[in-house]
Structures are given as structure tokens and as C-alpha cells.
Design a protein around this ligand. Structure first.
Ligand code: NAD
Ligand code: MG
Length: 397
């Protein structure tokens, strides 16, 4: 029996994770669940999965959850705040942690799971983008197992060689990897006239052609910052230099990414665009379990297309490559500025084409340095948020 904590249980990834878990009650038990504010949804999940513990964002939400659970006769211990999140991510009773909180808020609990040597199912790419080497060091020091949930990275993981049960680094010449080919759908604005992008609404930006996801990652997909964050994520997960990561636009989202080898082979992982496939893969790894996803019918798909990304249409992708090459705390600045800009766009404070302007301003004006410690990273994250908010306030005038 694998005992699992799901961080961000009420989100898109959290719900898909619980869907897969519910299909295999003999294999998986839920130890703890977390949500930020959707207390009623979390209460319903507690009724169904009977976790020992549940964590929410505020004291008021905790009171509300406790009352709902008491009324339902469910005996789940309720707590709130970051310390409690770190506790359910690192408790001795836990085998695996699904890290599915969105944004920098997920860093502390995901890092706590890494330091405690857990099996980490990583959806929260922002945590890895921010902390990079520090996070990977924590994983290696504790002997934690890090499995990617992001569909592209899960596909790369499945397409990489294994030496003695471990995936070698891309920079290890014995692996024979020429390039990682990171596929991208191009999002909802792949072919839209660039001149009209200023006027798009949050709902239009969140209407992804192939995937149903939370609003933040949906906007990131529309700007292609999501792919930019994934380039940085791939760098850390697979030890891949920036020059060995290539983004390929593939609008059908059937090939989830590929690995191109020096002998001319290209290995890919394909499937219907449904996050339950990578979730099931990581939950059961190295075994395979049913996920509820329909088998891929290639005759139905019929056509697979590929094109190069246009860095002028998608300046956020260029910004991310720059941050990766700059190194140190530059990706933390990029990520924090992006989180603030995306929230401002969702709140109708700035236009779509101002998202990249906010990020450019922050990464160009704030000094970045070496990422010596998590505290240094968190300080840079905070400074970038202030700079982004100030710039946005100036834009609004
Ligand atoms: P979502 O918005 O649907 O859910 C986010 C979850 O995080 C919710 O449970 C919410 O309660 C929790 N949360 C939000 N703010 C919080 C805070 N301040 N403190 C604690 N918890 C908080 O997001 P999602 O689409 O499920 O994405 C989650 C993560 O997975 C993101 O990092 C995203 O990039 C990544 N991811 C998602 C998908 C997808 O298909 N949705 C695919 C790949 C990667
Ligand atoms: Mg992805």
C-alpha cells in the first residue's frame, strides 16, 4: 500500500490524481490532502478518501472545514498554513507526495518532501524553476525519487535510457542524447493575428485547444511562458544544457515530447492529452496501471504537424531561455514576475501583451546573483514581486 499526500488536491492535477487513486484502492491510500480556499470541495474529498490530515490556507478556512467534517462524521485532523503543508509533505507515514500546488506557494512543502526523501510526483514546475540546483541537491542528498508529472517531462523520462535503473544526465555522453525535443501545442493564439493580441480576454487566453487546466498555467500556455518554464524544468530534471533543448510546436498534443539520439533515433511518448496518463505512470512506476484514459486511436488523429516557434509572437519563450542561460537567481526573478503579471492579467489590470513587458522590466532592472540558499531565492522572489507590482501600477496610470 502506497500512502500519498496530495498537495493542491482541489486543482486540476489534484482532481485527476484522486481520480486515478480511486481506481486502485488496493494499491493507494490517501494520507493527507491540501487546498487553499475551496473548502467545500476539499470536504467532499475528505468524505470520499478519509485522509488522516487535511490542510487549508487560513484559520477561517480550517474552522469551516472542521465544521463540515464534524457534520459528516469524518475524523480528519485539520490544520492550516505553510508549516502544516510542510508537515504533511514530510511526515513519516507518507510514501509519496503529489506536488500540485500552483506557483511559488508550492516551494516550501515540495522542498520539505525532497529533504525527507519521499517519492515526489512533481507537477509544481515553478518550485523547481525557482530553486533549481538547490532542489536537485536536496533530492540527491536525501535519496528522494523525483518523477515528472508535466506531460512533456514525463514523456522525456519515458524516452530516456536507464543505466542501472536510473536515467542518466543528457550531458553524460554515454547516454548518446543529441537533443531533447520539447513539444508545445502553441496554445490558443498560435495563428491569431499578433496585432489583435492586445485585446484578448482572460477567458479567451484560458481556452486551451487540447488541455483542460488551472487558469494560471492556461495563461502561461497562451504566452508560451509555460514552455519556457518547462525548458528550465527539463534542464534540471535531465541535466540538459540549454543548447540541447529544442522547442517544437505540435498543435495536436499527441506526441508529448521526444528524445533525439546521436545515432539518428528519435524516441517519443504518445497518448491522448489527459494528465491521468503521466499521473498513473508516476504513481505506479516502474509498473503500469490503468488510468481511465482512452487508448490512442492514431487513425482518428490522422495528421501530426510540427513547426518552429516564433519568438516574436511568443517573447516569453525567449525570456525563459535568457534566464536559463543567465543562471543563478534569474529564473526565480522570471517566475515571480510572471506570476504577478499573469494574476494582473486575470484581474483585468493589464493587457495580454503587457505580461511579457512586466517580466522583461523585472529581469532587466533587478540584479540577479548566485542562488546560494533557499533564503536567497525567496528574497529574490519577493523583490521581483514588488518590482512587478510597481511597474504594473505605473502602466495602469
Ligand atoms: P489549479 O489552479 O487547478 O490548482 C492549484 C491548486 O493549488 C489548488 O488545489 C489550490 O487550492 C492550490 N493553491 C493555490 N494557491 C495556493 C497557495 N497560495 N497555497 C497553497 N495552495 C494553493 O492548478 P493546476 O492546473 O492543477 O496546476 C497545478 C500545478 O501543476 C502548476 O504548477 C502547473 O504548472 C502544474 N501542471 C498542471 C498541468 C495541468 O494539466 N493542469 C499540467 C502540467 C503541470
Ligand atoms: Mg506541460
Amino acid at each position: 500500500m502506497q500512502r500519498i499526500t496530495v498537495l493542491g488536491a482541489t486543482g486540476s492535477i489534484g482532481v485527476s490524481t484522486l481520480d486515478v487513486i480511486a481506481r486502485h484502492p488496493q494499491r493507494y491510500a490517501v494520507y493527507a490532502l491540501s487546498a487553499h480556499s475551496r473548502v467545500e470541495e476539499l470536504a467532499a474529498q475528505c468524505v470520499q478518501f478519509r485522509p488522516a490530515r487535511a490542510v487549508v490556507g487560513t484559520a477561517a478556512a480550517a474552522d469551516q472545514l472542521a465544521a463540515l467534517l464534524r457534520a459528516a462524521g469524518v475524523n480528519t485532523d485539520v490544520a492550516w498554513g505553510e508549516q502544516a503543508l510542510c508537515s504533511i509533505a514530510s511526515a513519516a507515514e507518507v510514501d509519496s507526495v503529489m506536488a500540485a500546488i500552483v506557483g511559488a506557494a508550492g516551494l516550501a512543502p515540495t522542498l520539505a518532501a525532497a529533504r525527507a526523501g519521499k517519492k515526489i510526483l512533481l507537477a509544481n514546475k515553478e518550485a523547481l524553476v525557482m530553486s533549481g540546483q538547490l532542489f536537485m541537491d536536496a533530492v540527491h542528498e536525501s535519496g528522494a525519487v523525483l518523477l515528472p508529472i508535466d506531460s512533456e517531462h514525463n514523456a522525456i523520462f519515458q524516452s530516456m535510457p536507464q543505466f542501472g535503473g536510473k536515467v542518466p544526465a543528457v550531458r553524460d555522453s554515454a547516454a548518446g542524447v543529441a537533443k531533447i525535443l520539447l513539444t508545445a501545442s502553441g496554445g490558443p493564439f498560435l495563428t491569431r493575428d499578433v496585432a489583435t493580441l492586445d485585446a484578448v480576454t482572460p477567458d479567451q487566453a484560458c481556452k486551451h485547444p487540447n488541455w483542460s487546466m488551472g487558469r494560471k498555467i492556461s495563461v502561461d500556455s497562451a504566452t508560451m511562458m509555460n514552455k519556457g518554464l518547462e525548458v528550465i524544468e527539463a534542464h534540471w530534471l535531465f541535466g540538459a544544457p540549454a543548447d540541447q533543448i529544442e522547442v517544437v510546436i505540435h498543435p495536436q498534443s499527441v506526441i508529448h515530447s521526444m528524445v533525439s539520439y546521436v545515432d539518428g533515433s528519435v524516441l517519443a511518448q504518445l497518448g491522448n492529452p489527459d494528465m491521468r496518463t503521466p499521473i498513473a505512470h508516476a504513481l505506479a512506476y516502474p509498473e503500469r496501471i490503468a488510468s481511465g484514459v482512452a487508448q490512442l486511436d492514431l487513425t482518428q488523429v490522422a495528421t501530426l504537424q510540427f513547426q518552429r516557434p516564433d519568438f516574436e509572437r511568443f517573447p516569453c519563450l525567449a525570456l525563459a531561455f535568457e534566464a536559463l542561460r543567465a543562471g543563478g537567481t534569474a529564473p526565480a526573478l522570471l517566475n515571480a514576475a510572471n506570476e504577478v503579471a499573469v494574476q494582473a492579467f486575470l484581474d483585468l489590470k493589464i493587457g495580454f501583451r503587457q505580461i511579457d513587458r512586466v517580466i522583461r522590466h523585472v529581469v532587466d532592472t533587478l540584479p540577479h546573483g548566485a542562488a546560494h540558499s533557499i533564503d536567497a531565492v525567496i528574497a529574490q522572489d519577493a523583490a521581483a514581486r514588488v518590482a512587478a507590482e510597481t511597474f504594473i501600477a505605473g502602466l495602469a496610470k
